[in-house]
Write a protein that binds this ligand. Structure first.
Ligand SMILES: C[S@@+](CC[C@H](N)C(=O)[O-])C[C@H]1O[C@@H](n2cnc3c(N)ncnc32)[C@H](O)[C@@H]1O
Length: 388
């Protein structure tokens, strides 16, 4: 939302200070203490100027209502509206919908409203849409099981696209309509909705109810999330290509151990951690423009049932420092989540500080020190892990 800078923003925000939660992370898991006995916690993302916020909170006084908005110039108007109505069950976060897990504990939220979110029409910006599968999966971290998302938009293309996103993130659709007000105004209107409705634009609405996440096979998930790449298991025909790829980086294998060759690749293809079966292993080649550029060795369900273990991630030296490592690891993390994993673990050699820095930057933390067998020798490693 583009808005002219508000005059006296700071003093107007100050005047509504009782409604503004300046440190929402400190409230995580404790929101209900703000309204003991509240039947439900309703959350609105991108409340804008807050007509919907104020009227919905006023209509449901026994519920606690939290509105998140990242443009203070709009939010201050919403706050003033709520203050004028004397509402004491509504609070505001000057923050980002992408950071909900920092503000709310798992299961703390009952209902999320997404009203007329920015459509981001270009495909390359689709991840920014608040109904993108990635955002929807993020909301799962704070919604209770069976909790709902109520979504309204005037934008038909965004709506149709969103209908595909909800099930992918484990939300069952209901109340799907492409003309909400066909037979008269239904429910509370937002500021945007009022304008579009007055222009005769049909309003689309649906409800998503949170259920179990669909499990997607790891390789399929990875392929879906890496559209510019071809992801496939390494076969006997690829062994020479994989060995050449590894040999192109003498530095890495100075750290990792003996010089790789076709024999060592063949061993890697069947090498398993203790008590694991071949069905758990995915030794994958990632091709780009017909060239082998990366290799991933993944083991599902090791060392715990819902942990994915990364035995190796190798990217062609020429493709490093361009964000591609991050792209592949992000995709692997998401694919792990799609496949039903809840964490990803790896062992990073202590003699590889650059690798350690990379995994740290990808959100992995040091779990403990360990050791890894490299040929006859044992080398110290950091056991690293992160949630997906
Ligand atoms: C098109 S306006 C709609 C406002 C209001 N929901 C309505 O229907 O009148 C979208 C609003 O979402 C806010 N917004 C967009 N992305 C956001 C995000 N990631 N976190 C918080 N607010 C966001 C924008 O600042 C803007 O105020």
């Amino acid at each position: 939302m583009r808005m002219r800078k508000k005059k006296n923003l700071a003093s107007r925000m100050e005047a509504c200070g009782a409604l503004l939660v300046r440190d929402p992370a400190a409230e995580k898991g404790r929101w209900r203490a703000r309204r003991p006995g509240a039947a439900r916690l309703r959350l609105e993302l991108g409340c804008g100027k807050g007509r919907f916020t104020a009227e919905t909170a006023a209509a449901h006084r026994s519920d606690l209502y939290v509105a998140v908005e990242r443009v203070p110039d709009a939010m201050v108007i919403a706050m003033e509206r709520c203050r004028a109505l004397g509402l004491d069950n509504v609070f505001f976060i000057d923050g980002d919908a992408a950071a909900l897990d920092q503000y709310f504990a798992p299961g703390e939220v009952d209902l999320i409203y997404i009203n007329f979110c920015d459509p981001w029409p270009s495909v390359k910006h689709s991840r920014r849409r608040l109904t993108h599968e990635g955002f929807l999966r993020g909301y799962r971290h704070v919604l209770r099981e069976g909790g709902q998302i109520h979504f309204k938009t005037d934008n038909r293309a965004l709506f149709e696209w969103s209908l595909f996103q909800f099930p992918k993130a484990g939300f069952a659709l209901s109340e799907v309509t492409r003309n909400l007000h066909e037979h008269g105004v239904q429910g509370v209107m937002t500021d945007y909705e009022e304008k579009f409705h007055a222009l005769g634009t049909p309003i689309n609405r649906c409800v998503g109810t949170m259920g179990a996440l669909p499990d997607v096979p790891l390789e399929d998930g990875l392929q879906t999330r890496l559209p510019g790449w071809e992801v496939r298991p390494v076969t006997g025909d690829d062994v020479e290509a994989v060995a050449s790829l590894f040999q192109a980086d003498p530095e890495y294998f100075a750290i990792e151990g003996p010089q790789p060759d076709a024999d060592s690749v063949q061993k890697d293809m069947v090498n398993l951690p203790p008590r694991c079966a071949m069905e758990q292993k995915h030794y994958l080649a990632l091709w780009r423009d017909g060239a082998l550029q990366a290799v991933l060795d993944l083991v599902e369900g090791y060392p715990r049932e819902r942990t994915l273990f990364v035995g190796l991630f190798f990217l062609a030296p020429g493709l490093r420092r361009q964000g591609m490592g991050r792209e592949i690891v992000d995709a692997a993390l998401q694919a792990a989540g799609d496949a039903g994993m809840d964490s990803v673990r790896l062992a990073c050699l202590m003699g590889n500080p650059a690798g350690h820095g990379f995994w740290r930057a990808m959100g992995f933390g040091d779990l403990r020190e360990g050791a890894r067998l490299m040929g006859e020798e044992s080398a110290p490693v950091w056991i690293m892990e992160r949630l997906v």
